[in-house]
Design a protein around this ligand. Structure first.
Ligand SMILES: *Cc1c(COP(=O)(O)O)cnc(C)c1O
Length: 474
């Protein structure tokens, strides 16, 4: 097992070694990725590093000690709240990321229900099937039962189904603006109506779209309303570290008023370490990411965000048109912004095999299940690779058509089988075991050959089980 080096090492050597490790990472700078990194340009990144560096050591755990950070937080919250048409009562916090901005509302509304009525024995929340996984994590962490409402053909949540799922245990309804898999905005106006009728809080997960949709709208595109203009919306999460183009570690969680947010606060008055109060999940809160979020919003300004939104939507349009023109492929639904998925419309064309071919061309491809597809999330850097990507998809489709066996080889076979396999419990169990490997003292690294270690593991196990059960039957 590795230990701390006995003697400190030379800075230059350390940095050199660290840089070398990055050599095998996915290549976001050449826009080969379709997720994970929201990179604007080198100049902006250098500026963010400076802003981050100014408050590198500062800690927003104690806002009285670091008034600067409290100011950044208040400003970021106010700018975000007004972007969402909140009124003078709107409040909020900076959080460490979208996940924290989705975890906290579950806690807040659970405890609000507890305070307002007798806590339902088993609190429930109703979410669209397409909602981000952070919500099921929240359900697990905070003991709230998650009830999935089905989607309609257009991939938006079925509001009638949501209405039917409401009962006296319901503490929260969630809608996405937009959903991560298909990039469509749920019918928030209709959800707002039923939330009001039933006096249930409605959270809009705009982690992805929060810093893009308002500017698409300002550019003159009509979008369905999703923010505080709708009276039933009680809170909104929006990640500054996604389309806000801030440094990682910054999201926002905005509430319509303190009536809601007060249930999020934590105070322990008897701690020997002193009376302790905390607004959100973290203890130590990194000043650098607060500072970079504030700096990003000031550096870009409304005109910068609008310009980015225009460029991003132009790229999106071109990609969608190009993909729809390729025979056998189609964009899923009618995405409202720059995140979308495409699938095969041809039984003989395996979309995961197309994904494998794209990976051979150096693209980092994200796969969707139910229905199966490949995922796209556009950033400005993609402007320079539109044609290259479309050409490579076209070539990938040709290769798969020529050699349909590709669908039963490599990753495609695994993803296909895993997506369709009825034994979901077994998949979960095997992935959990893979996590134990990955976080074991040896820290098993992902495979060098580009195969996804958990899919390999799950497949091996499935084959073994299938083999066994056949043997048993005989
Ligand atoms: C990214 C995302 C999240 C989670 O955000 P993280 O910053 O990755 O923790 C939640 N909801 C949606 C819709 C997202 O796109």
């Amino acid at each position: 097992m590795k230990t701390i080096p006995e003697n400190g090492q030379n800075h230059a050597d350390i940095l050199k070694e660290m840089q070398a490790y990055g050599g095998q990472d996915v290549n976001y700078k050449e826009a080969k990725t379709w997720s994970l990194v929201y990179h604007l340009n080198e100049e902006h990144t250098d500026f963010l590093k400076q802003a981050y560096g100014l408050y590198f050591s500062e800690n927003a755990l104690n806002p009285m000690a670091f008034k600067s950070l409290k100011r950044f937080e208040t400003d970021v919250v106010n700018m975000t709240a007004s972007m969402f048409h909140g009124d003078a009562n709107a409040v909020g916090t900076i959080t460490s990321g979208g996940t924290e901005s989705c975890l906290l509302p579950v806690l807040t509304y659970r405890d609000m229900a507890k305070a307002k009525r007798k806590l339902p024995i088993k609190p429930e929340m109703i979410v669209p099937e397409s909602v981000h996984v952070a919500w099921s994590k929240a359900a697990k962490y905070f003991g709230v039962k998650i009830i999935y409402a089905p989607l309609k053909e257009d991939f938006r949540v079925d509001v009638e189904a949501v209405r039917k799922l409401i009962n006296r245990r319901t503490i929260l309804i969630v809608g996405s603006a937009p959903s991560y898999p298909h990039g469509v905005i749920d019918p928030i106006a209709e959800l707002s109506l039923i939330a009001q009728q039933n006096d249930i809080p409605l959270h809009v997960d705009a982690c992805l779209g929060g810093f893009l949709l308002p500017f698409i709208e300002k550019n003159g595109v009509r979008l369905p309303e999703f923010d505080f203009r709708l009276p039933g919306v009680t809170s909104i999460s929006a990640d500054v570290h996604k389309y806000g183009f801030a440094a990682k570690g910054a999201s926002t969680l905005i509430y319509r008023s303190m009536d809601y947010m007060k249930h999020q606060f934590f105070v322990h008055e008897d701690w020997p370490g002193g009376v302790f109060a905390s607004p959100a999940l973290l203890g130590t809160r990194p000043g650098g990411s607060f500072a970079a979020a504030w700096a990003a919003m000031h550096a870009l300004g409304e005109d910068g965000y609008r310009e980015n939104a225009k460029q991003i939507m132009d790229i999106t349009q071109k990609l969608q048109t190009g993909i729809n023109q390729i025979e056998g492929l189609a964009v899923m639904g009618k995405p409202d912004m720059s995140v979308f998925a495409y699938r095969s419309t041809d039984e003989d064309l395996n979309i995961f095999a197309v994904g494998d071919q794209l990976e051979k061309q150096g693209w980092h491809v994200d796969r969707l299940q139910r229905p199966e597809g490949l995922h796209v999330m556009v950033v400005p850097g993609h402007a320079k690779i539109i044609d290259q990507y479309l050409t490579d998809i076209e070539a990938a489709v040709q290769a798969v058509r020529k050699n349909p066996d590709l669908a039963t080889a490599g990753n495609a076979a695994m993803y296909g089988m895993i997506a369709k396999l009825p034994f979901r419990g077994m998949i979960k169990k095997e992935v959990l075991k893979m996590m134990e490997d990955l976080y074991s003292p040896k820290g098993a690294m992902p495979m060098d050959n580009g195969e996804n270690p958990w899919s390999v593991r799950v497949m091996a196990k499935i084959m073994q089980r299938l083999g066994k059960s056949k043997r048993v039957k005989k």
